[in-house]
Design a protein around this ligand. Structure first.
Ligand code: MV4
Length: 592
């Protein structure tokens, strides 16, 4: 068994891995950016090493700095979590080639095969697992799309061959739309992924997103551990996941499980992985395989009783899985809500970074909280906005649904806005209760414009956590973090200078409501409130716009944000195009 694991990640997933290690008697090594010097994962780990930098690219994606921390700590295993390096074949190779450290992840070759859509589709086809009817050839001529539509029916989906996450997918409803759709799909594919190749599939109009958890060891064992229904999503951000999928016949589950195992075995998979499918009208179609542990893995853990991180560590140590397919007994129903630092009122889901001033975590029967922060911690705009995952188990779906609503009513987060009101709205909706939702349901059917069901907005008014007389001070010596206890009279205790936003004292910092922009500044110049990438331009020069109308969509903090016009008038200039990087305060549109 491994004895010391470095977690090349932050936030809740780093905490999740640390907890599994502790139960296995494995010591833990955290790494941290400048902004995370005091983060929860650093506080919990046995050792911690500075990576330097603030942005992800400067810190958690800094290969040299992480390899250096591995060497200095003597870690014999590296867990990548999700995101960051988790699906980076080059990083995996660098770890494996070091010869001394185990990579707690899949073989780099499997990451590569599944990394591009076309080879992933071919890999599934090779083992007899069907994707949505379509082609594995690249589209070279719009005529191919018209012929395909005539044969398989409209609509047709045009997808980026080297893309992912729904970026650049275009839906073509009729032959006369083909030319424009293909052009814009290629343009977006080039902007997002640097390559413009596209392929096509029949477009499913009301699918559910169902994914199958698999895990494989190095002894030839590969099992499926049940499915998750992740249909409750908005703009490709999952909001709620559950297992088992509701109204999902067992023979289909068995067939999907067998298909997922075939796909995994077909690419010599080792480690935990997820095979994604679309499910519509009793049929399922392979979509892609995620070669990592996923955010929503806890719902599978609650219905199976399997600790997936523990199994990952066993497998990376060269041990066999601790259970077989026949041992598995999936019981009851689990639901997860991703509690994000976003303001979901008015359906905007705008990022809400800042300091958590108070946090009350739900408790009681069947409730699990996988958090990345505690009260006093700061959610930085530089990383993703997941505050924590609230997961419940119940003997059946309705019990779990009502338990989640109860648990959400206990969750109190002060200082930042969270998506809790949206979760309450989804879970209490008749369509969700009846499991009549699909991947389009949140966007098309859920009305979030009304008042939030339970206002969990900041209560604050300068309520700092109680100052302690004993103080643990973290010092960094030569890039390594140490904790030192000091005892200071309360009156002399200076609060640490928090990096970033949170000013202290009587200043009473108030978040400006996001999106309202510069106020006194020139309302005709629409600026973006944070750094990010332009993913949509919704207006053109000469167009009339209304006050508050969305003019561009900005991707920041891994989510899409509508940027509104700050006055009504005519668009006189469009300063950005899809794919452009912008910084906070940059002018994107001018209105006269
Ligand atoms: C589709 C589809 C319907 N028909 N393909 C979007 C993300 C990407 N991984 C695949 N996606 C889709 N592909 C065909 N042929 C609908 C989606 C889709 C979707 C899929 C999974 C989860 C959420 C989704 C939201 C919108 C569209």
């Amino acid at each position: 068994m491994l004895s010391k694991i470095l977690i090349a990640n932050r936030g809740e997933i780093a905490v999740r891995v640390i907890r599994a290690c502790r139960e296995l008697g494995i010591s833990t090594v955290a790494v941290y950016s400048e902004l995370d010097r005091d983060a929860l994962h650093v506080r919990l780990a046995d050792e911690a090493y500075a990576l330097g930098g603030q942005t992800a690219a400067e810190s958690y994606l800094n290969t040299e700095a992480i390899l250096d921390a591995i060497e200095r700590s003597g870690a014999d295993g590296v867990h990548p979590g999700y995101g960051f390096f988790s699906e980076n074949a080059d990083f995996a190779r660098a770890i494996i080639e070091s010869g001394t450290t185990a990579w707690i992840g899949p073989p780099p070759e499997a990451i590569e095969v599944m990394g591009d859509k076309i080879s992933a589709r071919l890999a599934a086809e090779k083992v007899g697992v069907a994707g949505v009817p379509g082609t594995t050839e690249l589209i070279t001529d719009p005529e191919q799309v018209r012929t395909f539509g005539a044969e398989f029916g409209w609509p047709v989906a045009i997808k980026a061959a080297y893309g992912g996450g729904g970026r650049g997918m275009k839906v073509v409803r009729a032959p006369e739309e083909v030319e424009d759709a293909l052009e814009s799909a290629k343009r977006e594919a080039l902007a997002y992924f640097g390559r413009d190749e596209c392929y096509m599939e029949r477009y499913l109009t009301w699918p559910r997103h169902i994914e199958m958890q698999v895990i494989a060891d190095t002894h030839g064992n590969c099992v499926w551990v049940g499915e998750r229904d992740c249909s409750a999503q908005r703009r490709h951000q999952k909001l709620i996941e559950e297992s088992p999928a509701p109204a999902f016949p067992d023979e289909i589950r068995q067939a999907m499980g067998a298909a997922a195992v075939k796909v995994a075995e077909g690419c010599n998979y080792v480690n935990a992985g997820t095979v994604e499918f679309l499910y519509q009208d009793g049929e399922f179609f392979y979509l892609e395989m995620n070669t990592r542990l996923q955010v929503e893995h806890p719902v599978t853990e609650l219905v199976s009783g399997i600790d997936l991180v523990r199994e990952q560590i066993r497998v990376a140590s060269g041990e066999p899985l601790s259970f077989t397919q026949a041992d598995l007994d999936l019981r009851g129903h689990a639901i997860e809500c991703r509690i994000n630092a976003e303001d979901s009122t008015n359906g905007a889901f705008s990022p809400s970074p800042g300091r958590i001033t108070a946090l009350s975590i739900p408790q009681g029967f069947g409730v699990r909280w996988d958090g990345g922060y505690e009260a006093g911690d700061e959610i930085s705009q530089y990383y993703d906005n997941l505050v924590g995952k609230l997961v419940v188990w119940g003997s059946d779906r309705e019990t779990a649904r009502l338990r989640m609503l109860r648990a959400l009513s206990e969750l109190q987060v002060s200082g930042i806005a969270t998506t809790t009101p949206a979760h309450v709205a989804i879970l209490s909706h008749d369509d969700f209760a009846a499991a009549e939702h699909s991947t389009k349901w949140v966007e098309e059917n859920l009305d979030l414009s009304g008042p939030a069901p339970a206002p969990l907005a900041p209560t604050e008014e300068g309520e700092e956590p109680e100052p302690k007389v004993r103080r643990d001070v973290d010092v960094e010596v030569n890039g390594r973090r140490f904790s030192v206890a000091v005892f200071v009279p309360e009156s002399q205790m200076a609060a640490p200078a928090a990096a970033g936003a949170g000013k202290k004292g009587g200043g009473r910092p108030k978040r400006s409501s996001s999106g309202s922009g510069g106020g006194a500044a020139d309302a005709g110049k629409v600026t973006v409130p944070m750094q990010g990438t332009i993913v949509k331009v919704l207006v053109e020069e000469g167009q009339e716009v209304e006050l508050g109308q969305s003019v561009v969509v900005l991707e920041a903090m891994k989510m899409e944000n509508n940027i509104p016009a700050e006055k009504a008038g005519t668009v006189t200039a469009v300063k950005v195009a899809v794919g452009d990087s912008v910084g906070s305060g940059d002018i994107v549109i001018e209105i006269d």
